[in-house]
Ligand binder design. Structure first.
Ligand SMILES: Nc1ncnc2c1ncn2[C@@H]1O[C@H](COP(=O)(O)OP(=O)(O)OP(=O)(O)O)[C@@H](O)[C@H]1O
Ligand SMILES: [Mg+2]
Length: 324
């Protein structure tokens, strides 16, 4: 099936107990709507509708799924459902709240608390000057509280990036858009497009999927912090594996941020998963470490925070990230 944009359900449409107000976004895998429940409370509803498998024409309600795509569509739906069920068990201020899950129109819907705000991606594009050391530390420390909760439920996010971090009321980060279901899908059903995002996905996302673990989300967190500083995604991990052109944060922003923060970002972005923080907790510890105020711009204090801590290992690590 040629990939075409799907048509959203129209405003005013009664979907189960919810009334659709408008479409919020249209992605390759789903459509997100703003809707209201029977008491008038706003909710966000995500509709499973991968455009490689299902097509809904203008004015239609049910998508058209050809018989040859039906097994993959059904399998994807099951994964979307499982994912939603797992997410519904989580209740954390930094993870989007899943309120309900239901089937209708031959597909499946996930109802979430509606969050006011915008994505971190939008934020960093509009507030370049607001990206300070404190901003990065605060936002990511809070976000990692949410990610810790996710990992403690044996889930991985696997699609962490600034556009999947929602800034509630402009300041509290909330994790949205969990990609794990799609990752499973991708492996088993090649009809579904790979959902990882170049620049933010770890090297193991590409080829060594058996190595995926908390450290893979940690890589994406590091890439997101890097993107906050640079305004753009870092070089994609698969390219880095053959020709690493990523300028380490330590080099690129030397003197502008604390050495400890820059080293922490580079630590997360190690290509070898074993060299990264192995848990969200380890990364959080680094982000909340009391830091000596940075030296004057351009100065360096030699071995640095990580170096003092891990000596030889960091020497090897720097050789790796510094190799050109
Ligand atoms: N709970 C929510 N509250 C408010 N807005 C939301 C919520 N969930 C999603 N959105 C909006 O919808 C957009 C897309 O959501 P999301 O990132 O979950 O899906 P996507 O990237 O379009 O989907 P996919 O990758 O599954 O095709 C978000 O950037 C945000 O603007
Ligand atoms: Mg998204």
């Amino acid at each position: 099936m040629a990939q075409q944009a799907n048509h959203a359900l129209p405003p005013g449409f009664q979907l189960d107990e919810y009334c659709i107000e408008r479409q919020l976004s249209l992605g390759g895998f789903s459509i997100v709507y703003l809707a209201s429940d029977t008491t008038g409370v706003s909710v966000a509803i995500k509709e499973y509708l991968p455009n490689s498998l299902a097509l809904r024409g203008e004015g239609e309600i049910k998508p058209l799924i050809t018989p040859d795509h039906a097994p993959a569509f059904r399998y994807g739906m099951k994964c979307f459902f499982e994912e939603g069920r797992a997410l519904a068990r989580l209740s954390h201020p930094n993870v989007v709240r899943v309120l309900n899950f239901f089937r209708a129109n031959d597909t499946v819907y996930m109802v979430m608390a509606y969050e006011h705000g915008n994505t971190l991606q939008e934020y960093i594009q509009k507030n370049r000057a607001g990206i300070t050391e404190n901003f990065i530390r605060n936002v990511f420390t809070k976000l990692l509280n949410g990610l810790r909760e996710v990992h403690s439920h044996k889930l991985l996010h696997l699609d962490l990036k600034p556009s999947n971090i929602y800034m509630r009321n402009g300041h509290t980060p909330v994790l949205i858009d969990f990609g794990a279901a799609r990752q499973t899908l991708e492996r088993d059903t090649p009809m579904l497009k790979p959902m990882y995002t170049p620049g933010f996905a770890s090297p193991e996302h590409y080829s060594q999927r058996e190595l995926l673990g908390p450290w893979s989300d940690v890589y994406s967190v590091g890439a997101s912090m890097y993107a906050c500083l640079s305004g753009a995604a870092p070089q994609a991990a698969d390219e880095r594996l053959t020709n690493d052109l990523l300028v380490p944060s330590m080099v690129r922003w030397q003197g502008q941020f604390s050495e400890q923060l820059l080293e922490t970002i580079d630590w997360c972005l190690c290509l070898n998963h074993l060299y990264r923080p192995q848990s969200v907790f380890a990364l959080q510890k680094a982000l909340t470490e009391k830091v000596v105020v940075p030296q004057r711009a351009g100065e360096s204090n030699g071995a640095g925070w990580l170096g003092r801590r891990f000596g030889k290992l960091v020497g090897q690590l720097k050789n790796r990230i510094g190799k050109k």
